[in-house]
Design a protein around this ligand. Sequence first.
Ligand code: NAD
Ligand code: UD1
Length: 337
Amino acid sequence: MAVLVTGGAGYIGSHTAVSLHEAGREVVLLDNFSNSSSGAVEAVRALTTPDMAFIEADLRDGEALDGVFQRYDIDEVIHFAAFKAVGESVGRPLDYYDNNLGSTIGLAKAMVQHGVERLVFSSSCTVYGQPDTIPVTEAAPTGAESPYGWTKYMSEQILRDACESLPLNTILLRYFNPVGAHPEGTIGEDPNGIPNNLVPFVMQVAVGRLEKLRIFGSDYDTPDGTAVRDYIHVVDLAEGHVSALDALASESVGCTAVNLGTGVGSSVLEVVEAASRAVGTPIPYEIVDRRSGDIEKIWADPAHATAALGWTSTRDLDDMMRDHWNWQRSNPNGFAV
Ligand code: NAD
Ligand code: UD1
């Protein structure tokens, strides 16, 4: 039996493929390379087994998907494939709804048709917006502030409804801010163009591809005035997916949401300091205005993840920065040769 990993050439998918292999699972990767490259698949195979199956296909291609379920003995699915850039989603809303909802619906239909009942879905803490109470629990109200955010909110609802009446069990994993890389430094985050997210931007400054970081706002109601997030090591996150599949295999959960975060909030300045320690030189930065749409502070209450999945994060901010830097330093241009 095998686990189908959609978006398996992407940042989180590639790390999860390695953790799944280490946990003894057979893995089938699927990706259309819309935001990744074959270099990631080769790097995953080098870390695991040259035999790891890979299918290049668009998840919205029903025939191709049907072929995957016919050809491989799949009994569980992790669904990472999606477009994920918040700003871009504002300019291309229809592409985001089409890709993110079309993929999720097509996949769920194919699973039901082929009798596959266990699904782990990539959701995001973006569904909480700025919560009233921090740390935020899964019971907090949800909504969205961008087309990307709505695709996560709507996908959650679609899967909740599907699990009500169809033979489907789903864990909705709400990720906080994944950063870091596999400790070998051969897979990692490889964003197209100028990174939007903090840590990839910081690391491209460190490697000399960008001049300096712009810190968006220092007048927030936080200890040092910069915004606070819950950064989580991507390998901890990957291991959370293995735990989620184990939980799905042991009991019927229906459809349940689980936070994957550390429970620790770090400010932008704390991240910059940790990155400077990892790199060994100060990261140049300037303070500029707040970025529109940003929230002030959020971090997870990870207690439900521990109770429901038996999972807890083990890596701290210094581990995240060390491993992210190791990847960036060894691959200054990402997977591009
Ligand atoms: P990523 O872009 O690196 O990986 C997504 C992969 O899916 C890419 O390789 C892309 O080529 C592929 N893909 C997209 N649409 C596809 C389609 N229709 N058919 C086949 N493949 C397709 O992103 P990531 O950071 O690894 O994120 C994975 C998932 O986690 C996404 O659903 C994302 O929304 C969610 N998420 C990510 C973060 C984050 O900070 N990285 C935070 C919260 C949630
Ligand atoms: C963003 C997305 C969120 C998504 C997450 C992970 C928005 C509004 N939210 O969250 O939906 O799940 O990425 O992909 O885009 N920062 C700087 N300078 C920079 C970049 C970032 O100061 O060049 C700051 C931001 O203002 C923020 C923090 O660093 O306070 C983290 O930013 P980022 O990595 O973009 O993640 P989020 O904003 O948390």
